[in-house]
Design a binder for this molecule. Structure first.
Ligand code: HEC
Length: 418
């Protein structure tokens, strides 16, 4: 849930004043920017340990800046200093690591689907040893570690992640960084930049270390005491709904989000790669897709089949010069709260705060459904009353008769989550 700073006008003025004094940027609004996600695996589990690191800007530019830990529930949530392009890297022992270029919307929590392939050859994974923290002054320290790789193809990602302050640092060979910063990194001693924090009193278990090689294998993720943080992944038990809206993985190992922005409409996006979905039409259990791959137009007809918890879309794709089998396996249901949140932002946020009870133009809607009475009229809280308010409007609130019943359901589901 986004964290908001406003309380009363005087508080806002005070915060702007403080921000000016501290030289902070307030241009992104009052909400913090987050990237979050649940880390699933291609073999149908939720990981229970691991690390996340983010580069500012283009993927693989090595400008590591932010990071955090994956919790025992497979979730991560990392505050970012700004929106825009970021490179996301997710690591968990026994899985192949996941690099993804993401576009972060400022001021909101950006939920990203992450699916890690199984690491079939853990024996060739790089290994970290001899982590050493050295104090340079009261406020600065540095970290060193030894890195080895059985198959000698280390990449540039030698990372230290400060999970408490949500920062990541890239370590470089003691002999100096490689010019192109891409491949063939040597085994040996790696050093961090100067880290601007006091080493005294630091809990080294809050630090995570990870190294990836050029085939995207990472070895154990270890803490600052050199201990592996590995916990066995858990079976993923979400009941998959037999519908097109959701997160899917194709037989080309690409991840897609298919959504239903309005009744009768289907939209799709690919998370990484060069496929653009132009149009999707659903006719019963058939899905007709028009797409572009690297600028070339293609089409496909997929059939939706659902057996127990195995939901698939399957058919052939056709491009001018080739065709083939396209199989999608459903990984997650669509998150209604996600659609609801977007609808709320588009229709309601101009007048209502979602994360505060303070008045904007209308009353703040935080905790709406957990209070017994509605904030303005003092009527008893019920879905019927809130639906009525949305559809018919109020004294000063405009009516939203143009919203489809399903969209109103989504908004109400979102309001319940506040
Ligand atoms: C143009 C401003 C505006 C927009 C847009 C707006 N509201 Fe309101 N809303 C108000 C005002 C003002 C009130 C105070 C009571 C009234 O005027 O009916 C209110 C009251 C409410 C209440 C409290 C009703 C009660 O009985 O206490 C709810 C719930 C609510 N709005 C939900 C929404 C939702 C959901 C949306 C988006 C679909 C939305 N509002 C869009 C201005 C707005």
């Amino acid at each position: 849930m986004a964290f908001r700073l406003y309380s009363v006008k005087i508080g806002v003025v005070f915060i702007i004043g403080m921000a000016a004094v501290l030289g902070l940027s307030v241009t992104t609004g009052w909400c913090r920017t987050y990237v979050s996600g649940t880390v699933l695996t291609a073999d149908g589990k939720v990981v229970a340990s691991g690390a996340v690191a983010l580069e500012k800007g283009a993927l693989h530019n090595n400008a590591f800046l932010a990071g955090g830990a994956i919790g025992a529930n497979g979730r991560f949530k990392i505050p970012l200093p700004s929106g825009g392009p970021w490179g996301l890297h997710v690591y968990s022992e026994k899985y192949i690591y996941f690099p993804l270029q993401i576009q972060v919307t400022p001021g909101v929590d950006n939920e990203i689907p992450v699916i890690l392939p199984v690491d079939g050859q853990p024996a060739d994974d790089p290994v970290i040893s001899d982590i050493h923290f050295s104090k340079l002054s009261g406020e600065v320290f540095q970290v060193r570690m030894q890195v080895n790789d059985p198959n000698g193809n280390l990449g540039p990602q030698m990372l230290a992640i400060d999970t408490r302050r949500f920062k990541s640092y890239r370590l470089v060979p003691q002999s100096g960084d490689l010019k192109d910063k891409k491949a063939d990194f040597p085994a040996g001693l790696y050093v961090s930049p100067y880290i601007p924090a006091a080493l005294d009193g630091e809990d080294l278990q809050n630090w995570l270390f990870v190294v990836a090689d050029h085939q995207c294998s990472n070895g154990p993720v270890v803490n600052g005491l050199g201990q592996s943080v590995f916990k066995p992944p858990m079976v993923y038990s979400q009941k998959l709904t037999c519908e097109v809206a959701g997160i899917w993985k194709s037989n080309f190992d690409k991840i897609y989000r298919f959504s239903q922005p309005a009744p009768g409409q289907i939209a799709g996006e690919q998370f990484e790669g060069n496929l653009i979905i132009d149009r999707m039409v659903q006719k019963k259990n058939r899905l007709l897709v028009n797409f572009q791959l690297e600028g070339r137009k293609g089409e496909s007809e997929l059939a939706l089949t659902c057996r127990e918890n195995r939901v698939r879309l399957e058919g052939r794709y056709k491009l001018a010069d080739k065709s083939g089998q396209w199989i999608f396996t459903k990984l997650k249901n669509a998150e209604t709260a996600q659609t609801g949140r977007k609808l709320f932002e588009a229709n309601c946020a101009a007048c209502h705060f979602a994360h505060s009870k303070n008045n904007k133009i209308g009353p703040g809607l935080q905790g709406l459904f957990s209070s017994p009475r509605l904030p303005d009229s003092d009527r008893p809280t019920s879905e019927v009353a809130v639906r009525g308010q949305i559809v018919d409007g109020g004294r000063k609130m405009p009516p939203f008769k143009h919203l489809a019943p399903e969209q109103i359901v989504d908004i109400i589901e979102y309001l319940k989550s506040l």
